[in-house]
Ligand binder design. Structure first.
Ligand SMILES: Cc1ncc(COP(=O)(O)O)c(C=O)c1O
Length: 313
C-alpha cells in the first residue's frame, strides 16, 4: 500500500512526470499518477499507445511514433482528443517537466472514463495519459556479449490486432513471462505455419549465410520504427558490400537457427545481436558485422540526425 502521506515507494522513483488530459495538467508526484478505474483503458484494454525515447535531450523519431499512434487510433475508431502537433508538444512538455534528458515516455490514448461495460459509447471522451520514466541502458550496453533467445509457443494475435499498437498486450505479456521463466533474454513468436513473427515488444531480422538481410512480412506483426530505420540504413550496407541484399519474406525457425546473424530491433532495445537460439549458437557466437554496422548507424542518427531529433532540453 502506498499512502499519499508517505513518500513514493521505491519502484515509483523512476516515474518522473505524468500528464493527464482528464486531470488537465502534469504532476510529478508518482502517487498522483492515476488513471480513473472506469476508463475503458483499465477494464477493457481499450486504447492505443507509443513509447518515445529521449536521448541527450532530443526525442528520437517523434514523427514516426505520432504517425503510428494516429494510425492505431483510426484502426480502433478512436478520435485523438488533440491534433497531432499538439500531442507532440504535450509529450515534449511532459518530458521536459520530468527533468531527465535521457528518458522514455509512454503515450496512452484511451477510450476514456464513463462506465464499466464493454460498450465504448458509454465513455465520455478519449483521454491522453503520458508517463515519463527513467531509461535503462540499452540491451547491448549492459550485455555486450549479445542475447539468448528461445521460440515461443504463445499463440500470436490475429493479423488485424497484431498490426495495431493497442493496449491488449496479453499475448506479449505471456511471451515475456516465457522468456523470464526459461531464463533467456528474448523469445521469438512463431505462427501456425511455422514462420517467425516478432518478440513481445521487438522485431526480428536475420542475415542469411548468403549475406541477405531478411525480415518477415508485416502481415501479423507490428511494423517497428527502429526496424524501419535499420532497414533504411541497411540499404547503404548493400552499396558498401557488408550485405548482399534485403528481403521481406517468410522465415522459418530453421532459417533463424542457421542464420549468420539474428538481430532484434526496438525502441528500448535499439538493435541487439542474438548469439544463441534455443541450443543453437548463431554464427561464431559473438555479435557480427551487420549488427555492428547497424548499431553504429542507429547510434549516429540518434545523436546527430538533423531531421529525426526533436529538441526538448
Ligand atoms: C509488438 C511489438 N513489436 C515491435 C515493436 C518494436 O517497435 P519500435 O521499434 O517502434 O519500438 C514493439 C514496440 O514496442 C512492439 O510492441
Amino acid at each position: 500500500m502506498v499512502s499519499l502521506r508517505e513518500k513514493p515507494a521505491e519502484w515509483q522513483q523512476k516515474y518522473l512526470a505524468f500528464y493527464s488530459s482528464f486531470l488537465g495538467g502534469i504532476v510529478k508526484d508518482p502517487r498522483a499518477m492515476l488513471v480513473p478505474v472506469d476508463d475503458h483503458l483499465v477494464h477493457r484494454g481499450d486504447g492505443v499507445f507509443e513509447t518515445l525515447k529521449c536521448r541527450h535531450g532530443h526525442v528520437y523519431n517523434l514523427g514516426q511514433h505520432l504517425d503510428r499512434l494516429l494510425k492505431s487510433c483510426v484502426r480502433i475508431g478512436l478520435v485523438l482528443p488533440v491534433d497531432r502537433d499538439t500531442l507532440g508538444r504535450i509529450a515534449c512538455d511532459t518530458i521536459h517537466a520530468g527533468g531527465d534528458p535521457d528518458c522514455l515516455a509512454r503515450i496512452l490514448v484511451s477510450r476514456g472514463p464513463g462506465g464499466l461495460s464493454v460498450d465504448p459509447y458509454e465513455s465520455i471522451a478519449p483521454q491522453v495519459y503520458i508517463v515519463v520514466y527513467q531509461a535503462k541502458l540499452s540491451f547491448m550496453e549492459h550485455q555486450p556479449e549479445g542475447a539468448t533467445c528461445a521460440f515461443s509457443d504463445i499463440p500470436g494475435k490475429p493479423p488485424y490486432f497484431a498490426t495495431i499498437k493497442t493496449c491488449n498486450y496479453l499475448p506479449n505479456v505471456l511471451m515475456k513471462k516465457q522468456a523470464v521463466d526459461r531464463d533467456v533474454d528474448f523469445v521469438i513468436g512463431v505462427d501456425e505455419a511455422g514462420h517467425v513473427t516478432e518478440g513481445p515488444t521487438e522485431n526480428i531480422a536475420i542475415v542469411t549465410p548468403g549475406g541477405i538481410l531478411a525480415r518477415p512480412e508485416e502481415t501479423a506483426l507490428l511494423t517497428g520504427t527502429t526496424l524501419m530505420r535499420g532497414m533504411h540504413l541497411a540499404e547503404a550496407l548493400v552499396a558498401r558490400g557488408v550485405i548482399n541484399g534485403l528481403e521481406v519474406r517468410s522465415i522459418t525457425r530453421d532459417e533463424v537457427q542457421q542464420a549468420a546473424e539474428v538481430l532484434i530491433f526496438g525502441t528500448t532495445t535499439d538493435v541487439t545481436a542474438v548469439i544463441q537460439v534455443e541450443e543453437q549458437v548463431i554464427g561464431d557466437g559473438a555479435p557480427g558485422p551487420v549488427w555492428r554496422a547497424l548499431h553504429e548507424g542507429l547510434v549516429d542518427e540518434l545523436e546527430r540526425h538533423p531531421d529525426l531529433r526533436t529538441r526538448v532540453f
